[in-house]
Design a binder for this molecule. Structure first.
Ligand SMILES: *Cc1c(COP(=O)(O)O)cnc(C)c1O
Length: 393
């Protein structure tokens, strides 16, 4: 089945008693029982599929998990309360039986870098950050760090760099480490990292998968070697998603393929328009033939679909120029998220990269004139009209 069909069918329509609900109900029950205690005993022992206690499994979450596994591949998925909860439990599972050393991309989502530096390191895990698009640097870092886990993102924030997933998977496995890929920006429509050798795929489902700016959720899909460990850690820690949020996420995913296709199209159109605008010095977009990772992008991403995130530099832009531009927008929403149905604008030095000094930001290419756009599903003409009038102010 194609991804466009899987999103509307996978996980749903489980027979309960005599009838089949067309969509999965929200199960709020915290515990479940059976006619015979013997059966509950078998469910607890995991000798029989079923539900016993909601921290272990819940039918609404199980439906969402089945759906995401159908999209990402892999052996199973865990629905978590947030993207950060998903990253935390995936890292714990990856490092469980391995050396407590992580090699990670230097340009990760801000909170992920914080977890590495402010939680894992104080707990005794070595952390090595490396320019993940420089394979020689990655090779050298792996040699020095001897990692138990490698953590990367398919498309980086906000400069939309795309690392060579296949090469990194090979290096990771040569080192005996596990590869974790945060696939939030690319989504399974563009890349399915398990097919490229990832052991864990993580999502902030808050973004493209749920897509409507109304739910916080995370997902971890694991391969066969790691799914049981992941589930047992979840039973112990309990980072599970609530059933209302699982329902909202699943409802969002049904239109994910449609939304993402439109968002990718809009991004292509808007990136081209921005590139020709006299007030724009530079556009960062994976669909640009002159992108620094163009060769990897050709190999990894489908033709014509380059994601729906882009950033651009305002010519001679200072902070106050960027603020004036953002304040002048009439339709585009200046809020801190991405992947929603509405187009959003964000200023990295103020939000995602606020904790870095201007010098540190400059070093990783996040200049004071950089603006990030997350394309929505509106008509491209309206997005362009809004950008045009705000750039003229
Ligand atoms: C938002 C985001 C996260 C964190 O997800 P939450 O749902 O906010 O906890 C992690 N990684 C990436 C790439 C994100 O964009």
């Amino acid at each position: 089945m194609n991804l466009d069909s899987k999103v509307v069918h996978a996980g749903d329509r489980k027979r309960t008693g005599g009838h089949v609900p067309v969509t999965t109900p929200i199960y709020t029950a915290s515990s479940f029982f059976y006619d015979r205690a013997e059966q509950l005993d078998r469910v607890f022992a995991m000798e029989e599929d079923g539900f016993a206690y909601a921290r272990y499994a819940n039918p609404t979450n199980a439906a969402l998990e089945e759906l995401i596994t159908a999209l990402e591949g892999g052996a199973g998925t865990l629905a978590c309360a947030s993207g950060m909860a998903a990253i935390q439990i995936a890292l714990t599972a990856a490092l469980m039986d391995r050396r407590k050393s992580v090699v990670a991309a230097s340009a990760l989502y801000g909170a992920t870098t914080s977890v590495l530096m402010k939680v894992l390191e104080p707990f005794g895990t070595e952390v090595t950050l490396v320019d993940i698009c420089d394979l020689d640097a990655v090779r050298a870092a792996m040699g020095r760090a001897n990692p138990g886990a490698v953590l990367i993102e398919t498309i980086s924030n906000p400069l939309v760099r795309v690392p060579d997933l296949d090469a990194i998977a090979a290096l990771t496995h040569d080192a005996g480490a596990a590869l974790l890929v945060d696939n939030t920006f690319a989504s399974p429509m563009l890349v399915r990292p398990i097919e490229h050798g990832a052991d864990f795929v993580v999502h902030s489902a808050t973004k493209y998968l749920a897509g409507h700016g109304d739910v916080l959720a995370g997902l971890v899909t694991a391969n066969a070697a790691h799914i049981e460990l992941l589930r047992s850690l979840s039973r112990a820690y309990g980072p599970v998603l609530g059933p209302f949020e699982a329902y909202l996420t699943m409802r969002g995913v049904k239109t994910f393929a449609l939304r993402m296709a439109r968002q990718c199209e809009n991004a292509l159109t808007v990136a081209e328009w921005l590139g020709a605008h006299p007030r724009v010095a530079r556009v960062h977009f994976p669909g640009d033939p002159a992108h620094p990772d163009a060769a990897v992008i050709r190999k990894l991403l489908p033709d014509g679909r380059y994601g729906a995130m882009l950033s651009f530099e305002l010519r001679e832009g200072r902070r106050e120029d960027v603020f004036r531009f953002m304040d002048s927008l009439k339709m585009i929403v200046p809020a801190t998220s991405l992947g929603d149905v509405h187009t959003m604008v964000l200023y990295p030095p103020m939000s995602s990269h606020r904790d870095l000094s201007p010098k540190q930001r400059e070093r990783i290419g996040i200049t004071e004139d950089l603006v990030r756009l997350s394309m929505g599903i509106e008509a491209a003409a309206d997005i362009i009209a809004d950008l045009d009038q705000a750039l003229a102010v």
